[in-house]
Design a protein around this ligand. Structure first.
Ligand code: SAH
Length: 247
């Protein structure tokens, strides 16, 4: 999969993309990440990429011409890629969206800066707009990093044999169960007995129930969107009863 990243600050990406899973995915040629400095497409002597907003007010707006030229040149190279704008106005990024993107041949990710991008560029070129959440970042670069990371780990072969996205939070619509590692007791807190039992079926049930409990407690909104099995529903009844016992 090819990620083209259009940015005024390509230097921000060295580091996050040079370690761990992303680096390995690049080494294995599962992904390729190409950077395009929008400023290189400005034609004036000062390579201006921004201008003051029509109607007045604070801040600057990214000029349409360099961005249009940059997007068109990248699209001509990677015709089947989708153009995704990073924006607080976009669809909030979810596991579902990352899964859909992981099946695409490529993404052209546009990083805004300043007050944002001239609206005409969005109407002309955006296939999609993605937000990291209801807050404002200083630029789209961190959103692009989150997008590339969340999509890459879903590409088959990107995770090593000891890592797995199968049970990660959201993959089955629920938050993942809690994790423990050695030692069995730490600052007076013990690892749940079931996890030390070696009984795989009991461990599976414990994990499923704790996944349901975590989701019910922390993100009850997710539960209403999940297809629950009969076992799940019974576990939720038990969780409810245990809650009353605790009171
Ligand atoms: N003035 C705009 C915010 C611009 S922030 C507004 O109030 O809506 C500058 C750039 O940062 C945006 O163009 C976008 O690319 C990026 N950005 C800011 N917040 C973001 C978010 N929540 N998700 C994704 N990208 C974001």
């Amino acid at each position: 999969m090819i990620f083209d990243i259009l940015t005024l600050f390509p230097g921000m990406f060295s580091g996050p993309f040079d370690e761990s899973i992303i680096r390995r995915a690049k080494d294995k040629q599962l992904i390729d990440i190409l950077f395009h400095n929008i400023r290189d497409w400005a034609t004036d002597r000062h390579q201006t990429a921004d201008d003051s907003p029509y109607g007045g007010g604070a801040g600057m707006v990214m000029k349409p011409e360099p961005l249009a030229a940059c997007i068109e040149s990248v699209k001509a190279m990677h015709k089947t890629s989708s153009v995704v704008f990073t924006s607080p106005h976009g669809r909030p990024l979810t596991h579902r969206i990352a899964m859909d993107f992981a099946e695409k041949p490529g993404l052209i990710i546009v990083c805004g800066r300043y007050e944002g991008i001239d609206e005409r560029i969005r109407s002309l070129y955006a296939d999609d707009e993605i937000s990291l959440g209801d807050f404002v970042l200083s630029g789209g670069e961190i959103a692009a990093m989150a997008l590339v990371d969340s999509v890459t780990r879903l590409i088959p072969g990107a995770l090593g044999s000891l890592e797995s996205a199968e049970y990660d939070s959201f993959s089955d619509g629920l938050l993942e169960y809690p994790h423990y590692t050695r030692p069995p007791e730490f600052k007076g807190l013990s690892v749940p007995d079931t996890l030390l039992s070696g009984n795989h079926e009991l461990i599976r049930k414990w994990r499923r129930k704790e996944s349901l409990r975590k989701t019910r407690t922390l993100r009850p909104d997710l539960l209403s969107q999940v297809m629950l099995t009969r076992e799940d529903r019974n576990m939720l009844i038990e969780i409810e009863q245990e809650k009353h016992c605790d009171l």
